[in-house]
Design a protein around this ligand. Structure first.
Ligand SMILES: [Ca+2]
Length: 236
């Protein structure tokens, strides 16, 4: 409990801004904006995509991760849509890349709810595809249901609770697939704050936060929980 309290008071403050923080932990694993790899951006002509990799075994404690700030404190019902465009040359597995929403219930307990890229794992194709200037084909996928951590049944909506954090996690390694994926046009739809779309690092309200962080203290503060909690079954 002391660790939780300490993290709460050392959290970076980006009040009323919506920020995507690329990050990574463990060997050969990170997320970072990559020039020339994605679909056209809303600002400029760099055609960035958000690259995730885990170039090691799945069992290794490592992941590429991106954490969103600005949604903490909103009720779970406020989250009306989560989408991204995934490069079809990359890994789109049951568990990675995935959206992870951490909710806190009235009881004070927290739980992760996740939706994996692969069809049947929480996300599904919308039917939209596009080819990037470099030739990479992207397919849009959206969250259609959520797996409460530890559960085997996908629920159609999040239960009542308060959003602690939203993240994307890539932790399936080279034994599960190619060990990387390019994502673009990452979209979070909020009933109260509107549509938030990241086509490149330039869409961040805090561009200085677009540089990949490997500081686990910072990552855990953004996540609102220890990294080990990503693998806890049930509530904690
Ligand atoms: Ca882009």
């Amino acid at each position: 409990m002391a660790i939780f309290i300490a993290l709460a008071f050392t959290s970076p403050v980006f009040a009323s801004s919506f920020v995507l923080h690329p990050a990574g932990f463990g060997p050969h694993s990170y997320a970072a904006w990559a020039d020339g790899q994605g679909l056209p951006d809303s600002h400029g002509t760099v055609n960035q995509a958000l690259y995730f990799q885990k170039m090691t075994t799945t069992a290794t404690n490592a992941a590429g991760i991106a954490i969103f700030k600005g949604f903490g404190g909103l009720p779970s019902s406020d989250l009306t849509g989560l989408k991204f465009w995934v490069g079809t040359d990359g890994h789109c597995g049951a568990g990675a890349p995935r959206f992870d929403v951490l909710l806190q219930f009235a009881s004070g307990m927290k739980q992760f709810f996740f939706a994996g890229c692969q069809s049947g794992s929480g996300m599904a194709p919308t039917g939209m595809t596009a080819t990037a200037p470099n030739g990479r084909v992207f397919q849009q996928r959206e969250v259609v249901c959520w797996y409460p951590s530890g559960a085997i049944t996908c629920v159609s909506s999040l239960p009542p609770g308060t959003i602690v954090s939203i993240a994307m996690v890539f932790d399936e390694g080279t034994d599960q697939g190619v060990g990387f994926v390019f994502l673009d046009n990452i979209e979070i739809d909020s009933a109260s704050t509107g549509t938030h779309l990241w086509t490149s690092a330039a869409d961040n309200h805090d561009p200085s936060a677009s540089t990949t962080t490997f500081d686990t203290t910072v990552i855990e503060a953004l996540l609102g929980a220890p990294l080990t909690s990503l693998y806890i079954t049930g509530q904690f």
